[in-house]
Design a protein around this ligand. Structure first.
Ligand code: NAD
Length: 496
C-alpha cells in the first residue's frame, strides 16, 4: 500500500485512510460523490474492498496493542483538544466539504455542524479527564471488609458507522469519546457524505494520533465496506447511527460473535402544543423542529399535535413560516433550506406525498418540487410541506419520512395528547409547548422517548444522555453514557 498522510481530498479523489496513510485510489473500485444542490459530481470516492477493510481492522488492532490503549488519559485528552483547535484552524475547509456533500446552507454548517464537531472533542476531553471509578467497600462477616473497584479498559477496535444528515457532527460525537477512552477505530462514513471523515483523518494525523488508531474506509452498506466492517471478526463493538432497518441488519451481523452495539436510529417525533402557549414562540420553535436541515435530523418533528382551540392559528402560522423559508444556493447567506441528500431519498419522500394524498390529507403548503434557477435544476430539491386531515392510523403519520414535512393533528385533552404522541413504534424525542410549568414537566416525563424538551428543541448539553427506545435505538451516548459504551470494566475485589 502506498500513499501519504496528507491529501485525503485531492485531484478530484476522496481516499481511504488506513494505518496512517491515504491509499492510492483505484478507478475500477470507485463511485461518484454528488453535490445534492446541483446534481453535479464533486469527486470520485475510492470504494474499499474486503481486503482493504481487513487491513484497516488489522492496523487498528495493532495500534491498540502497540500503545494507544495504554496511553495515559492526559495524553489522549490533550490530543483531543489539539484536534479541536486544528478543526478550528481548518474551519472553512470543513464547512466547504460538508456543504459540497450535503447541500446544507452555509449558515447551518458554520453555526451548527462544524462548531459542534469542535465541541464534541473538547467536551469528551473534559468528561474523560474528570471521570472517576466505581468503588464499594463491602462489610463481611467477622468485621472484615472487601474493597471493590472497577478498572475501565478500552472496548477495543470499534466500528463507527454513520449516516449522511449531519456527517461530521454525528461522526465526532462517537469518535471523540471512543478515542478518549483509548479505542482504535474503523470509520465507515455514509457513501453520500465521505468528505469530512476523510478531512478528519488529516487533522488527527496532524495532531499526532498514532497510525492505525483512526482508519476511514469508504463504501456502501450490504456487500460493501459497511458489511465488511461490521462482519469482521476483529471488531470488538459497533457504534451505529442510521435507520432502524439497517440497525436491525447490523445487529444480526454481529449477533453470532456477541459484540456490543450502540444504536442511534430513526424517529417519528411528536410535538404537543397546548392552547396556553405563546403562539409566536411556539411557531418559531416548531419551524426549527420541522424544517431544520430540510427535515433530515433524527430529532425533527414529523407529528404536531395541537390543542383544538389554537389549531387554526398554529396551522396557518406554521404554513406561513414554511412559505417564508428561502430555498436556494447553499452558499447564499440568506438560504435557510437546502435540498434533500439525493434523488433516491427524494423519491422516498415523494412517495409519502402520494400516500398523504391517498389518505385524503389537505396540503397546507408545499407538496411538490420547487422551481429554482438553472444552476440548481439538477438538485434534489423539495418543498417544505404540511398536512392536516391525517390520523395516527395513516402510514404518513406512523413511518419516518426524513424530510421537511409534518402532519398537524388536533387534540382536546392532555391525556389524549400524551396517548397520541406515545402511539408510535419509535421513541427518540418529543417536545412539549406550554406556559404551564407543571404541565410541561408532567407531559415531558410521560413521553416514551429518550429525550423530551419543554418549550425548546434540539438544545443539548453534551454531557447528558442521548438516544432512544423502541425502534429508535439501543443504549445512550453522551457524557458518562459514552464512557460506559466505549469501555469494558474489570471489577477487582480485594479482601481486606
Ligand atoms: P442508513 O441506515 O441507510 O445508513 C447509515 C449508515 O449505515 C451508512 O453509512 C450506510 O452505508 C451504512 N449501512 C447501510 N447498510 C449497512 C449494512 N448492511 N451494514 C453495515 N452498514 C450499513 O441511514 P441513512 O439513510 O444514511 O440515515 C438516515 C437515518 O439515520 C434516518 O433513519 C435517521 O433517523 C437516522 N439517524 C438517527 C440519528 C440518531 O441519533 N438517532 C441521527 C441521525 C440519523
Amino acid at each position: 500500500m502506498s500513499g501519504t498522510n496528507e491529501g485525503g481530498l485531492m485531484d478530484g479523489w476522496i481516499r481511504n485512510h488506513v494505518d496512517g496513510r491515504f491509499v492510492d485510489p483505484d478507478d475500477t473500485h470507485a463511485f461518484d460523490d454528488i453535490d445534492p444542490a446541483t446534481g453535479q459530481v464533486v469527486a470520485r470516492v475510492h470504494e474499499a474492498d474486503r481486503a482493504l477493510v481487513d487491513r484497516a481492522v488489522t492496523a487498528a488492532r495493532r495500534a491498540l496493542h502497540e500503545g494507544w490503549a495504554a496511553t495515559p488519559v492526559r495524553e489522549r485528552t490533550a490530543l483531543l483538544r489539539r484536534a479541536a483547535d486544528r478543526i478550528e484552524e481548518r474551519f472553512d475547509e470543513f464547512v466547504a466539504a460538508e456543504i459540497a456533500d450535503t447541500g446544507k446552507p452555509l449558515v447551518q454548517a458554520r453555526e451548527l455542524d462544524v462548531p459542534r464537531a469542535i465541541a464534541n472533542f473538547r467536551t469528551f476531553a473534559d468528561v474523560v479527564a474528570a471521570a472517576g471509578q466505581e468503588s464499594f467497600l463491602t462489610d463481611l462477616a467477622g468485621g472484615r471488609q472487601a474493597l471493590n473497584y472497577a478498572v475501565r479498559k478500552p472496548l477495543g477496535v470499534v466500528a463507527v458507522i454513520v449516516p449522511w444528515n449531519l456527517p461530521l457532527l454525528l461522526l465526532t460525537w462517537k469518535v471523540a469519546p471512543a478515542l478518549a477512552c483509548g479505542n482504535a477505530l474503523v470509520v465507515k462514513p455514509s457513501e453520500e457524505t465521505p468528505a469530512t471523515a476523510t478531512l478528519l483523518a488529516e487533522v488527527l494525523a496532524e495532531v499526532g494520533l498514532p497510525p492505525g488508531v483512526y482508519n476511514v474506509v469508504h463504501g456502501f452498506g450490504g456487500g460493501s465496506a459497511g458489511e465488511y466492517v461490521t462482519s469482521h471478526p476483529g471488531i470488538d463493538g459497533v457504534t451505529f447511527t442510521g435507520s432502524s432497518a439497517t440497525g436491525s441488519h447490523v445487529m444480526a451481523t454481529v449477533a453470532p460473535r456477541v459484540r456490543p452495539v450502540s444504536f442511534e436510529l430513526g424517529g417519528k417525533n411528536a410535538a404537543i402544543v397546548f392552547d396556553d402557549v405563546d403562539l409566536d414562540e411556539a411557531l418559531t420553535g416548531l419551524t426549527k423542529s420541522v424544517f431544520t436541515n430540510t427535515g433530515q435530523v433524527c430529532l425533527c418533528t414529523e407529528r404536531v399535535y395541537v390543542q383544538r382551540s389554537v389549531f387554526a392559528d398554529i396551522a396557518d402560522g406554521l404554513a406561513e413560516r414554511a412559505k417564508g423559508l428561502k430555498l436556494g444556493n447553499p452558499l447564499d447567506e440568506q438560504t435557510a433550506t437546502g435540498p434533500l441528500v439525493s434523488h433516491k431519498h427524494r423519491e422516498k419522500v415523494l412517495s409519502y406525498f402520494d400516500l398523504a394524498e391517498q389518505a385524503g390529507a389537505k396540503v397546507l403548503t408545499g407538496g411538490g418540487i420547487p422551481r429554482l434557477g438553472d444552476d440548481l435544476a439538477g438538485g434534489s430539491w423539495i418543498e417544505p410541506t404540511l398536512w392536516t386531515g391525517l390520523t395516527n392510523r395513516d402510514r404518513v403519520v406512523r413511518e419516518e419520512i426524513f424530510g421537511p414535512v409534518a402532519a398537524l393533528i388536533p387534540f382536546d385533552t392532555e391525556a389524549e395528547a400524551i396517548a397520541l404522541a406515545n402511539d408510535t413504534d419509535y421513541g427518540l424525542a418529543a417536545s412539549v409547548w406550554t406556559n404551564d410549568l407543571r404541565r410541561g414537566h408532567r407531559v415531558a416525563q410521560a413521553m416514551n422517548v429518550g429525550m423530551a424538551w419543554v418549550n425548546t428543541w434540539f438544545l443539548r448539553d453534551l454531557r447528558s444522555p442521548f438516544g432512544g427506545c423502541g425502534l429508535s435505538g439501543i443504549g445512550r451516548e453522551g457524557g458518562e453514557s459514552s464512557l460506559h459504551f466505549y469501555t469494558e470494566p474489570t471489577n477487582v475485589c480485594v479482601q481486606l
